[in-house]
Write a protein that binds this ligand. Structure first.
Ligand code: SAH
Length: 273
């Protein structure tokens, strides 16, 4: 596997290890960022420009411009490993494949699914040209909008219990408060899981008290972006949906009020002994 530093002029096909005479298929697992096209890295854009196939969940594939010679393969959300296997097969057949995720592909997204599929496939697949290209993950885009809430130690927790037991989520919430991390919550609430986020808020209030600032950052960098900052005592489950990333401050996270609009939220870098 090549390291592929990439950049606007050095897409996956152009590395010295991949001269045109030996060019074969490649597979790039790329993050499209939180929504705004300006937050797609040049490296990811170069891979998309050279791809023959783009594979991913429908709404993410829809963010890639159609062009002659490019086949878009959109699929449903719950078939990640099947989708990854299909992408690996295309690569093995000599295609130039980009598997797309929103945000960063390694954060609750397709990169791990591709490696899971790779482990189950033929052993020689591991020798294929497979690379992961980072993207701007939702919590970092949201944190930047709010100020610097993740300026000290923090953790990220996926609140969906589709792929893990709810009891493990509760345990991690309690331990994250005990460790005094700022916390970023992905997949806070969906129609099929309406209850969990309310329970998560109760656990957080019991462990951390009422005053922690909570940032509800919805559709960050998209046309319908919306940010709210409330104390934990006023946070309700209805404030979040599947397009929201929620950030809860650590014990020393502070607000700087502004004359109009949202306060800045930041966590100082230094904690006294
Ligand atoms: N790989 C993605 C995360 C996929 S999980 C990433 O790195 O960002 C999907 C969850 O990400 C959503 O439920 C939401 O919590 C969060 N998310 C993705 N895009 C977002 C955006 N533009 N604004 C707010 N939250 C977002």
């Amino acid at each position: 596997m090549s390291a592929g530093t990439g950049g606007p002029d050095s897409g996956p096909e152009n590395g010295p290890e991949n001269s045109p005479s030996t060019a074969t298929g490649w597979l790039v697992i790329a993050g499209l960022g939180p929504g705004d096209a300006a937050l797609i890295t040049p490296e990811v854009q170069a891979a998309l420009d050279q791809a023959t196939d783009v594979v991913g969940y429908f709404p993410y594939v829809a963010r890639v411009a159609e062009r002659p010679g490019l086949t878009l393969h959109g699929s449903d959300n719950r078939v990640e490993v099947d989708r990854a296997l299909a992408a690996l097969r295309l690569c093995a057949g000599g295609r130039r494949v980009v598997v797309v995720s929103s945000g960063d592909p390694g954060v609750f997204a397709m990169a791990a699914a591709v490696f899971e599929a790779l482990e189950t496939g033929p052993a020689d697949w591991a020798g294929m040209d497979i690379r992961v290209l980072p993207g701007i993950t939702a919590m970092l885009a949201a944190a930047a909008r709010a100020g610097a809430p993740l300026g000290h130690d923090f953790c990220a927790i996926n609140l969906s219990d589709n792929l893990k037991p709810w009891a493990l989520i509760e345990k991690r919430l309690r331990l994250a408060v005990e460790g005094d991390f700022a916390m970023a919550f992905y997949n806070p609430r969906s129609r099929s899981r309406p209850e969990g986020f309310g329970r998560a808020l109760e656990i957080l209030r019991a462990a951390a008290g009422d005053d922690r600032p909570v940032i509800f950052a919805r559709a960050v960098s998209r046309a319908d972006e919306n940010l709210r900052v409330v104390p934990l005592s006023q946070a309700t489950a209805e404030m979040a949906d599947m397009q929201t990333v929620v950030i809860v401050g650590a014990s020393n996270t502070r607000l700087i009020d502004r004359p109009d609009g949202l306060p800045f939220v930041y966590t100082p870098r230094k904690v006294e002994a």
